[in-house]
Design a protein around this ligand. Structure first.
Ligand code: PLP
Length: 467
């Protein structure tokens, strides 16, 4: 079989190998990197059904990462998933009318560990082979920061600099980041908002001489390796639920922010997994739900909610899906994205039956419904949903007309959002996790910096010797 190369959704990037795609992140033409074909694995499904999680992950990832020797890839995958607190990695539980896919058994208790535990090790392997160094710069308002830090802590060839808005992330999330004391980890509390952090990121990444001199890299979900490692659990969960129910097809509901997670499910379906449809759940920040109802993609203003990791208006992975929707036409994709940048709005034509897409439907849950869903599942099923998962479970309940079993992705452990759990149930002390309880007295390290790109640049330059 020919190897897979990575091309840009906007068409102007020489095809890259997997390893180069991982190190590049975003394509040079501003587009996103995608595989130049999607393998059909329908014929493998029966052979894969009884594999354990790392085995399955190895089979799927190796299809797309064909420039890494099998035994090395196997070791990276095994080590990444050994960091989870259960050998199942992602347990699937029947809870009331749905199946819950628990993706929060990694070291920072959110689904981002599934990808970032692997990506961190992948960076280490590629950098060792190339004798390179990487300085990761990230801006976070929540889960990404701690998962990214945890994926690379202690590494020799990687430094990570994570900016968060000073005093504006939850105390627990701040503690999860700043209590990591490894010498390659730097937490920057920026005296400004999350938008300020993001705009500093942009300024530094657009400063190409600086970016090249310091080998700046990113860990956000535009990196193909993140999407790739998330494809695995769609197969895993479908197999578990099919075993239990004998269903031919399954459905998935995905609490969505940047569209990375649900996009992985879309790839799984394209690869031949029998998924009837994907249900996309948003909170009040509903640009994607509006799009899947109307075909109009138009930016709103971000409002803070009880499920902060879904507080996103412009979804960074949407462009990958759009590319396929537009018939894999890079010129059309580039033109739609340019239209959106210019007008904060663009539209695609509806299909003849008046829908945007046959494979993805979407809905919204607001704070009231999300908290009511948490309360309901706690009372009726003695199961605690975190507020992101609960938004998904609520939207799933609006799409219960098909027979196919519904698998809801549980993206965070409820203990990360103890306040929402309290507000929903009226009870204190319901949501605990030993990892979080242990943070209470942990020492922390963090530097406060002004919301000024020059200050962040100087901070980096002083601590990250040129690569
Ligand atoms: C990041 C995150 C999401 C959103 O995932 P996307 O891939 O950005 O759509 C949902 N829930 C939790 C808990 C998250 O951390």
């Amino acid at each position: 079989m020919n190897s897979i190369h990575y091309i840009s959704t906007r068409g102007n990037q020489v095809p890259l190998s997997f390893k180069d795609a991982v190190m590049t992140g975003l394509a040079r033409d501003g587009g996103l990197l995608i595989p130049d074909r999607i393998p059909d694995v329908s014929a493998e499904l029966d052979a894969w059904r009884n594999l354990d999680y790392p085995d399955l992950a190895f089979r799927i990832i190796s299809l797309f990462a064909d420039d890494i020797p099998a035994e090395r890839l196997r070791a990276l995958v095994d080590s990444a998933y050994a960091s989870f607190d259960t050998t199942e990695v992602a347990p699937v539980l029947r809870v009331g009318p749905v199946h819950i896919l628990e993706l929060f058994h990694g070291p920072t208790l959110a689904f981002k560990d599934v990808a970032l535990q692997f990506l961190g090790r992948l960076f280490e392997y590629i950098l060792a082979e190339r004798d390179g160094r990487l300085n990761i710069l990230a801006a976070t308002s929540g889960d990404t920061g701690s998962a990214a830090i945890c994926g690379v802590r202690g590494q020799q060839r990687v430094n990570i600099f994570v900016m968060h808005p000073h005093g504006r992330v939850s105390p627990l999330q701040e503690k999860q980041m700043t209590s990591v004391l490894d010498s390659n980890v730097f937490n920057l509390a920026v005296e400004g908002s999350f938008d300020d952090c993001q705009s500093i990121m942009k300024t530094l990444f657009n400063d190409l001489p600086f970016k090249d001199a310091y080998s700046l890299g990113t860990v956000n979900s535009v990196n193909w390796a993140r999407v790739l490692s998330q494809i695995v659990y769609y197969f895993w969960a479908a197999f578990r639920v099919q075993d239990e129910t004998n269903a031919t097809h399954v459905q998935f509901t995905v609490p969505t922010g940047n569209f990375g997670d649900i996009l992985a499910g879309w790839y799984a379906k394209r690869m031949g997994l029998p998924v009837r449809r994907l249900v996309l759940a948003t909170n009040e920040n509903d640009i994607l739900a509006r799009f899947f109802h109307t075909g109009i993609y138009s930016r709103g203003t971000v409002v803070p909610t009880v499920n902060p990791s879904m507080d996103i208006q412009v979804a960074s992975n949407f462009e990958r899906w759009l590319y396929y929707k537009l018939g894999s036409d890079p010129a059309a994709t580039a033109s739609k994205m340019a239209e959106f940048r210019k007008n904060n709005r663009m539209a695609i034509p509806l299909s003849r039956n008046g829908t945007v897409d046959a494979e993805i439907v979407a809905g919204t849950s607001d704070t009231t419904r999300t908290l009511a869903t948490i309360r309901d599942y706690h009372t009726k099923h003695r199961y605690l949903l975190d507020p992101h998962t609960a938004a998904g479970v609520f939207v799933a309940s609006q799409y219960n007309e098909l027979e196919d079993p519904m698998i809801c992705l549980a993206t965070a452990h409820p203990a990360k959002f103890a306040k929402a759990i309290h507000d929903a149930t009226g009870e204190d002390d319901l949501a605990h996790h030993p990892i979080l309880d242990a943070l209470a007295d942990a020492p922390t390290r963090c530097d406060v910096v002004p919301a000024d790109p020059a200050a962040v640049k100087a901070y980096l330059a002083a601590r990250a010797p040129g690569a």
